[in-house]
Design a protein around this ligand. Structure first.
Ligand code: SF4
Length: 259
């Protein structure tokens, strides 16, 4: 039995009983909450990463990103498990993932309804997942042109496919996609990387502070969005995942992203 077995069982039982949450989108994630200081309303959809729910939602994940996924940080930490073995955050995220896979039309209708009430917000649909929403649910961006969608992604081809103007993507570096990362940067787009410090350069591109807020669509391009190690990676300091920045001698000029 893996540690998520109880949460999966609870989510499945509630789903089968017809229970549904009143909201899919939340603003409790501390980083998404930082949107407020930039005068944006930030909202996120938190699913269960990898195949924790029994369904794969991160098809381009790597062994190290799976191991250090921040799903189990903050309120998702294992020590929030209750005495009866349940974990409210885990089963909630697993529930939403099951809902997406088992009753897609119903899930889409709920998400559509919530976005219609939050037009003008900045919405991250993959807080702990990497679903290609613009392909799976294309109406979502076209129906709400005043809503700004953004995601981090490990799908290389997704970066180069045509997508709606209001859907911004930042590529995500892990331990074995460096050559794809260079291609993304050379094409003028941004890459998020866990770095040993903020500032200096990586692959010859400026490293900006990606923890200050989460509104990646406001970043200049091309650049590396430096993130500090969090969760298990903070203790592990795995050299394959935490990238050492350069001296800054190779800096390139940053051009603000077009609105
Ligand atoms: S792709 Fe992202 S969300 Fe999925 S396991 Fe890796 S770090 Fe977690």
């Amino acid at each position: 039995m893996d540690i998520y077995e109880n949460a999966r069982r609870e989510a499945e039982a509630r789903f089968a009983a017809g229970w549904r949450p009143s909201n899919l989108l939340g603003k409790e994630n501390p980083k998404i909450k930082k949107a407020e200081k930039m005068n944006w309303k930030g909202l996120g959809l938190s699913l269960a990463p990898a195949d924790i729910s029994g369904f794969e939602v991160c098809a381009s994940r790597s062994p190290e990103c799976t191991k250090h996924c921040i799903f189990t940080s903050g309120r998702g930490a294992a020590n929030f498990t209750r005495k009866d073995g349940s974990h409210p955050v885990w089963w909630g995220r697993i529930f939403r993932t099951i809902w997406w896979f088992r009753a897609r039309d119903e899930f889409k209708a709920q998400l559509h309804k919530e976005i219609s009430r939050n037009q003008g917000a900045a919405i991250r649909l993959n807080v702990y997942s990497d679903i290609q929403w613009e392909r799976q649910f294309p109406e979502i961006a076209s129906d709400f042109p005043d809503t700004q969608f953004y995601d981090y992604t490990k799908h290389f081809n997704r970066m180069f496919r045509e997508r709606p103007d209001n859907y911004h993507l930042t590529f995500s570096l892990h331990e074995n996609n460096q050559s794809q990362t260079r291609d993304v940067l050379q094409a003028g787009m941004n890459v998020a990387a866990v770095t040993d410090k903020i500032g200096g350069t990586l692959f010859g591109y400026n490293v900006i502070d990606g923890d200050d807020h989460d509104l990646r669509f406001l970043d200049p391009s091309p650049c590396v969005v430096g993130l500090r190690a969090k969760g298990s990676l903070k203790k592990d300091r795995n050299k394959d995942m935490v990238y050492e920045t350069g001296t800054g001698t190779e800096t390139v000029e940053l051009v603000p992203e077009a609105a």
